[in-house]
Design a protein around this ligand. Structure first.
Ligand code: ZN
Ligand code: ZN
Ligand code: ZN
Ligand code: ZN
Ligand code: ZN
Ligand code: ZN
Length: 312
């Protein structure tokens, strides 16, 4: 089978095409006919091995014999100088066909190669572009150090092992730690399993106690707030009482007896009252503002009206 003509950039001369496989000559070989027709080595060998068919040159039908097949290096060199592109889609490399093998073996980022840990048993074929991710994340044969200790945490390899042995190391590792916060117990998985039941109970009790403490904190804060509020109310009531007492004292002073009136004035007043009888009792000036509630005095207008009535 010849070299895929898809690799070649541009036209390839007819003399370099194998007329058995229709591809580019791979190991050009003369059939031994007088016309010097050439074919790929494998194509020509298989051609004459077909059963029940006479051994003839595929082009000119002249009888040929394997003993007369002869390589023609000149044609190989001509093929080697033809321009090709890399066989991997995505790779932009282009050069002479004779450089393709070296490109695939070394610089091509799309050509799969065995994992660096193939000797340890990894079967992965990797593109250089993705080899790093394979080794870092999934190669079972990569060396890892135990995340719990490394180097001295137990087992034959003392915490350094291949990734595939992770579970086996976990069984013998002596650095497992209790998952409960505040507990420093370490040991093998088996030991910790025995420890865990009792430790869980203690840990749960501690959490419950911490919750109770925070509840108490909360209610004592509410009590402090309520106390402060009551103190404020008390202060206001005391202030109001003081204002009331002051007001009463002021009114008493205003109602104190006046000096006696002269005779003519008394007569005038009696006369006036006879013409203008006293108003009904409910229209008389009220003294209800003397009650215990300070609010009665708060409106300036109301107070001044009442005070005018009281002083008449
Ligand atoms: Zn061929
Ligand atoms: Zn021929
Ligand atoms: Zn390439
Ligand atoms: Zn690997
Ligand atoms: Zn370990
Ligand atoms: Zn514990």
């Amino acid at each position: 089978m010849g070299i895929s003509s898809d690799l070649f950039v541009g036209e390839v001369g007819e003399d370099l095409v194998c007329s058995i496989c229709q591809e580019i000559l791979d190991g050009a070989t003369l059939s031994g006919c007088q016309q010097q027709h050439a074919y790929c080595r494998t194509c020509l060998t298989q051609w004459v091995k077909r059963p029940h068919v006479a051994k003839t040159c595929p082009d000119c039908r002249q009888a040929v014999h394997e003993a007369h097949f002869a390589p023609l290096k000149l044609l190989d060199r001509m093929v080697g100088r033809l321009k090709v592109k890399c066989k991997h889609a995505g790779c932009s490399w282009q050069a002479e066909y004779s450089d393709l093998a070296a490109h695939l073996a070394s610089t091509c980022q799309y050509q799969r190669k065995p994992c660096p840990y193939a000797q340890r048993g990894c079967r992965a074929q990797l593109r250089p572009i993705s080899a790093g991710a394979h080794i870092q994340n999934s190669c079972d044969y990569r060396t890892v150090v135990c995340p719990r200790g490394g180097n001295d945490c137990g087992g034959a390899k003392k915490g350094i092992y291949m990734r595939k042995d992770e579970a086996a190391h976990a069984e013998v590792c002596t650095r497992h730690t209790c998952k409960n916060q505040g507990c420093n117990t370490t040991g093998r998985l088996k030991t910790l399993k025995l420890h865990q039941h009792g430790c869980d109970a203690i840990s749960a009790a501690r959490v419950r106690a911490e919750n109770r403490c925070s509840l108490l904190d909360h209610s004592s804060k509410a009590l402090r707030d309520e106390n402060a509020r009551l103190k404020a109310v008390n202060t206001k009531v005391t202030d109001d009482n003081k204002k009331l007492e002051d007001e009463v004292a002021r009114l008493k002073a205003q109602l104190a007896p006046r000096p006696p009136k002269r005779g003519a004035e008394v007569l005038d007043e009696v006369k006036q009252e006879e013409e203008d009888p006293a108003p009904p009792k409910d229209q008389q000036p009220s003294l209800s503002f003397l009650g215990p509630r300070g609010s009665t005095f708060e409106g300036g207008d109301r107070r001044s009206t009442r005070l005018r009535g009281a002083s008449k």
